[in-house]
Structure formats: structure tokens, C-alpha cells
Design a protein around this ligand. Sequence first.
Ligand code: KIV
Ligand code: NA
Length: 265
Amino acid sequence: YKRVTTKSLIEMKAHGEKISMLTAYDFTMAKIVDTAGVDVILVGDSASNVMAGHETTLPITLDQMIYHASSVVRATNRALVVVDLPFGSYQSDPKEALRSSIRIMKESGAHALKLEGGSEIKDSIKKILNAGIPVMGHLGLTPQSIYKFGSYTVRAKEEEEADKLIEDAKMLERVGCFGVVLEKIPAKLAQKVAESISIPVIGIGAGGGVDGQVLVIHDMLGMNNEFSPRFLRRYMNLYEGMTTAIGKYVEDVKSKDFPNEKEQY
Ligand code: KIV
Ligand code: NA
């Protein structure tokens, strides 16, 4: 396989080819996602919710992100692996941001990083980029700021917030980011952003007018019955499929159907 690079993503946008991105947090899942042909694997801090069962993304640590990221990197041949800088690992100052970034790159072997925020973290983004580390931005709904927002509803519906978002996206392009994630904003605004910058805009709940899409793998496989936002398309109902399979196993053990003559030594 030829590895997807940050350069090839920018070329894909230029050629009008949409970019596919999914999260993964472990070796087995990442191997499946990579083999299926996904362009970008995001080791998202959504691992805090999906892997660890926390209510928000805030508790996950840098060490835990590195553990997830290194597992994913070992599984991939083709996809570009992007890792989230977790809450608390980059907000203090640019030096801390660079230190955390270097740890992820060195200890996991990841190819790029993603940080939430715009103008507030501009100096940190520049510092990381100066070290030769590719950076992806993340604007709109930024879950690390959930306690500032108060809820997970659609962002940038008002003009003031929309204008700042457009300015932030242009700034991210100007300083040298290779892409931007836009989460849960009006489709019209997201398309406007995608049309005003030449780096790829990857949307989640941001409509079809952007350059690519990202979903949390457990959500799109239907492993999680409780989470049903409008933007989510479920490609499987693994919750039901797995519950049925596991229930059958329990039944077979209890009834002594498993193991049979051929399933033993
Ligand atoms: O952590 C995550 O899964 C993300 C995506 C939803 C973009 O940041
Ligand atoms: Na994230």
C-alpha cells in the first residue's frame, strides 16, 4: 500500500475527491479500518467516552492517548494516522504544547496531530508546525470546551460565532495546517469555509459541502444504542448482532452444546 500523506489529502481536495476518515483506538479495529480503505484514521480523544466510559473527553490523559495511538499505528499500512492532543496537554503554553506533541510523535509513531481551537491556540499550533509536525485544526463544536458551551448542540448559528469560525479556519490555513475538522455546524457555513480555504475540511455533522467526512467508528457500526444525533448514519447494528451472538454463547455453555467433540483435543 502507498501511505496516504498530508500532501495527498490536499491533492484530493484539489481534484475533488472526498476524503474518508474514521476513528480507531485499538490494533484490531484499526487493522479492519485500514484494510477497508479509509484514508485517515483519527485516534480521537473520544476514546475517553467510547473506550473508557467517561461522560466527556476531558479526563483522558496524554499517556492513555499514546497507548491508543501506538496500537493504531502498528495496525496500519495505508491510512494517515492523526492523534488528538488531549485536554490539558497543550492549553497552558506553546512549550507545553510542543512537549506533548513530541511525546505523541516519538512514542506512538503517529503521522500528525489534531488540536481543538482557533486564535486562542495559534502560537501553540505555530510552534508544533515549526518542529515539523503536521497539524490538523478542529473548529465548531469542540468537546474539550463542553463546560463553556454547556451543551452539545449545533455551534456557530449566530453571525458573530460564524464569522470567528471563518477567520479561524483561514488562520489555520495561513499558519500551515494540512486540514481542519468542522464539528456540528450549519452545512451552509461549513461549505463556505471549505470554499474559502485550499486545505481539506473534514466534517462531522457539517453537511455534504465539505471535502470529507469523519465519524466515530463505534457509532457508525451501531455498537452504541444510546447515541443518535441527526448526523449519524448507522451502517450496522452491531449492538444487536453482538448481544445476540454473546447470548447464544452463554446458552451453548449452559446447555453443554459448546464445546462439541470436534472443538476439543
Ligand atoms: O475525538 C473524536 O472522535 C473527534 C472526531 C469526532 C472529529 O475529534
Ligand atoms: Na476529538
